[in-house]
Design a binder for this molecule. Structure first.
Ligand code: SF4
Length: 443
């Protein structure tokens, strides 16, 4: 856990000299705890205290970037055990293991399907993240397959091989894509660490127990390889969840830097239902990367939906972009319905407007993701806010009439809104389910 202001204060000179620009050392300590000032602002802090504070300031789980500038995602950098304590920051990367014993056409076919695994849900695009190529055949075949994968997908790549010569050649071929190397063990960490260092690549470190993992991460850090990801191997789901949980506890509660890295998990199940369930458990507790084999859309949709729900910020409701949405073949005389940018509100209204088959506009007002009544109570969905949104999104220039439909629950704002916006206000139904009949009878 991060040091408190009082913990930091104990490490300061306590002279209240004001050289840092603050009135007291305690004030400086409080600001440092909030990361609002830099340690360097105090010129009198001892080297030993500075080292302690700098070490404490590092994220307890190192952030690791996978992929290159064109397509990358970050894992790690988590700061809490439980989502309600703040939020989980970096969604679990979902990847697929392909091996080089498949024919070129089979690899290409699988990659084409993986590339299409994109789903839109409550206004967000859900996508998979990685392709992992495993070596089963000789080096020549592996390198051919690496080239095929690189040419067939833009997703970040994991190179999985026990053949260090083949892995080094594969890293050379793929270096622009910044592949993740799999994996360093007690037998090969010096050589594979050298490859990771030469090409500046992230590296998976694999050992069955934490003592062995600790030794390996320390050895690799000492030679300058520190973008590491931990793997404790394929185990039963119960053992694996224990490993993942202990790893996070060690990093967050004990500040064990040797285990302060994101974790990777491979799901080794042939049955897609079992595979999906096990992947779900590892996403929930606390895998930063989950690799599977199944590429069926139903399986991936379930996994990505779960991930989306776990990795939303519990303090921020899901929201969509605030704008004027045309629904169906609208024209200038189409009705305009007003709602909030809370995803659930918008998509509920959208579903009913579509069901009505009456082409309409929906204006989603920026209420910071609050629903209609909550936003109204918080004064984020009042006449002033709606008028501002009407102006911002050019509603007057889009339509040739002067009518707006507001939710029945906020009928009370119709007078003010008419006055401020210059529109005539029609009070719509209280429940979205009433929208189809309402729109059909509007004329
Ligand atoms: S410069 Fe250092 S010693 Fe002086 S008041 Fe600030 S924190 Fe305290």
């Amino acid at each position: 856990m991060a040091l408190s202001g009082l913990d930091i204060y104990k490490l300061l000179p306590k002279t209240n000299c004001r050289e840092c620009g603050l009135a007291t050392c305690l004030a400086f300590a409080m600001q440092l705890a909030k990361k609002a000032v830099a340690i360097e602002k105090c010129p009198f802090i001892s080297a030993e205290s500075k080292m302690i504070l700098e070490t404490q300031a590092l994220p307890p789980i190192k952030p690791v970037v996978l992929g290159n500038e064109n397509l990358k995602f970050e894992i790690g950098n988590e700061t809490v055990m439980f989502r309600h304590e703040e939020k989980f920051r970096n969604p679990t990367g979902i990847g697929f293991i392909i091996d080089d014993s498949l024919s070129d056409s089979q690899i290409k076919e699988r990659l084409d399907k993986i590339n299409e695994l994109k789903f839109e849900r409550v206004g967000q695009l859900l996508e998979v993240n990685l392709v992992s190529l495993k070596q089963n055949k000789d080096a020549k075949r592996y390198l051919e397959a690496v080239k095929l994968v690189l040419n067939s997908t833009v997703l970040p790549v994991i190179l999985m091989s026990d053949d260090l010569d083949a892995l080094k050649q594969a890293a050379e071929i793929a270096k622009e894509r910044k592949p993740l190397l799999y994996c360093a063990t007690k037998d090969n960490f010096t050589q594979i660490g050298a490859i990771a260092k030469e090409f500046q690549l992230p590296l998976v470190v694999k050992a069955e127990d934490f003592d062995s993992l600790t030794k390996l991460t320390k050895e690799l850090s000492s030679i300058g390889v520190s973008n590491l990801i931990l793997d404790t191997g394929i185990k039963s789901a119960t053992e694996k969840i224990w490993d993942l949980t202990q790893s996070r506890r060690q990093a967050l509660r004990k500040l064990n830097r040797a285990l302060g890295y994101p974790c990777l998990t491979i799901v080794d199940k042939e049955d897609p239902y079992e595979e999906a369930m096990e992947a779900a458990a590892y996403i929930a507790k606390y895998s930063a990367v989950v690799l599977i084999k199944g590429i069926q859309a139903w399986e991936i949709l379930s996994i990505l939906t779960l991930r989306q729900n776990i990795y939303t910020d519990p303090q921020k409701p899901l929201q969509i972009e605030s704008k004027l949405y045309p629904i169906g073949s609208v024209n200038q005389s189409s009705p305009v319905l007003i709602t909030t940018n809370f995803s659930l509100s918008y998509f509920t209204v959208l579903g009913e407007v579509e069901a009505s088959k009456v082409p309409s506009y929906i204006l989603s007002v920026d209420t910071q993701g609050m629903s209609v009544l909550t936003a109204w109570a918080a004064e984020k969905f009042n006449a002033e806010c709606i008028t501002k949104s009407l102006d911002e999104h050019g509603v007057k220039n889009t339509i040739n009439h002067k009518n707006l439909i507001i939710p029945g629950y906020v009928a009370v704002i119709s007078g003010d809104l008419a006055e401020q916006s210059g529109f005539e206000i029609i009070v719509g139904p209280k429940e979205a389910a009433g929208i189809p009949a309402f729109l059909k009878n509007l004329n």
